[in-house]
Design a protein around this ligand. Structure first.
Ligand SMILES: *[C@@H]1O[C@H](CO)[C@@H](O)[C@H](O)[C@H]1NC(C)=O
Length: 403
């Protein structure tokens, strides 16, 4: 009894306990409250966890002096929940999938750790529900080193203001007037903006190269996790530029059966052509610039432009069924996916194209979470650090839990 009192005390300090109620548990101990509460959302807190880091992937290369350096490796943080208390009958809560959090362009894994105004980040929220969390820095980014000869680019503060944090000053797309969730005015000199902007880093501008490193690194990461923990499954949560990285990982035969689901948050898109800030060709494999498994194989498509071109909604490139076969995403069609889009961000103009493209290409389960239709209002592209970041996370966690 001393033991169970200790557990109850512990739970009242950290009341967020993951998992469905263990059947019959409460009935067996009718005089005591169940130890294993159903998962409920309470006020977000920083969550006790353990941490390790490691580097994966990459290789030795010879430098101009004939000596070796190491290149293309990825830094990864692995956070584990500590609240794995046994429930009634000494059973442990249900096993959770690993959550692989992939940041976007010019960002690092810090995106997920806490918000620029000092609140807990999505990593904490996932840990509070007992999910183990994996947070890489993209190759050639942040703590993943880049060679000295790299031609990196940096996003200016003005670009971040205009696209992410103070979008209603330049109004580069419709919907910017709906942006209410960035903490503070979102401009240089504001302490939250400065805290965020200081966390952005230079990046490699060549998407072909970046995606190639990412596919190798993320496959190696999932393989390492599975080797250490043979039953492991991974749910990918990818933001923005990482949209392509997540699709490339889930598509890869080497991790077949391990990617339980994919949450693509305002993912790189739409297929084949950029929109809003530029209209150049991009992503010649539809979802990425490098090879994705299509059936029939290859990056040749019979495309047609569908829909009216307006500022509110672009037209979309779709496969033209009248020209014969509609190609299928053979490596991705069984992976459940959710595309998450904010009310005021620039992705609202075109993310629906990505969703329709996935469905046409045979992906069986694609959910389109238009956040404003689910009561999560006023968000922008950097939704994991905005004022309602916890509400956005709840939409995502609920989908993951029901996979
Ligand atoms: C990007 O990298 C790929 C692969 O190394 C290369 O073939 C391509 O020319 C590069 N693109 C640009 C614009 O530099």
């Amino acid at each position: 009894m001393v033991h169970s009192k200790f557990l109850l005390g512990f739970l009242s300090v950290f009341p967020i306990v993951a998992g469905k109620a263990i059947p019959d548990g409460a009935a067996n101990r009718a005089s005591e409250p169940p130890l294993q509460a159903p998962a409920t959302y309470t006020a977000p807190t920083f969550t006790p966890h353990t941490r390790r880091y490691f580097y994966i992937s990459g290789s030795y290369v010879t430098n101009s002096a004939g000596e070796h350096t190491y290149q293309d490796q990825h830094y990864v943080e692995h956070l584990s929940p500590v609240l794995t208390v046994p429930g009634p009958n000494n059973k442990h809560p249900p096993r959770r999938p690993y959550i692989l959090l992939l940041h976007g362009a010019a960002q690092t894994g810090t995106n997920w750790l806490s918000t620029p105004d000092g609140r807990p980040g999505w990593a904490d929220h996932f840990l509070s529900f007992q999910y183990p969390v994996l947070i890489p820095d993209a190759a050639h980014r942040g703590r993943s080193p880049y060679p000295p000869e790299s031609k990196m680019v940096a996003y200016s503060a003005e670009m971040i203001e205009d696209r992410f944090t103070a979008t209603n000053r330049k109004k580069l797309w419709p919907y910017t007037g709906l942006h209410t969730q960035w903490p503070g005015p979102g401009i240089m000199g504001d302490k939250v903006f400065d805290a965020y902007y200081r966390s952005t880093v230079p990046l490699e501008p060549n998407n072909t190269m970046q995606q190639t490193w990412m596919r190798e690194g993320l496959v190696a990461l999932v393989q390492k996790v599975v080797k250490e923990d043979p039953g492991a499954e991974v749910v990918v949560v990818g933001h923005s530029q990482a949209g392509s990285f997540g699709w490339l990982l889930a598509d890869d035969k080497r991790v077949e059966g391990r990617i339980k689901g994919y949450v693509a948050i305002e993912p790189s898109g739409p297929p084949f052509q950029n929109e809003v800030f530029a209209t150049d060709k991009a992503r010649k494999w539809g979802l990425a610039d490098i090879e994705i498994r299509w059936e029939p194989a290859g990056s040749d498509f019979n495309l047609m432009r569908v829909g009216k071109e307006t500022r509110e909604k672009t037209g979309c490139w779709m496969q033209d069924p009248s020209k014969g076969v509609v190609k299928q995403l053979v490596g991705l069609r069984d992976t459940p996916m959710m595309v998450v889009t904010s009310e005021s961000g620039y992705h609202r103009v075109y993310d629906y194209c990505t969703v329709n493209f996935l469905k046409q290409a045979g992906v069986k389960k694609v959910e389109f979470a238009e956040l404003w239709k689910r009561g999560v209002r006023g968000g922008g592209h950097m939704m994991m650090m905005e004022k309602n970041s916890y509400d956005v996370w709840k939409v995502i966690e609920k989908w993951i839990r029901e996979l």
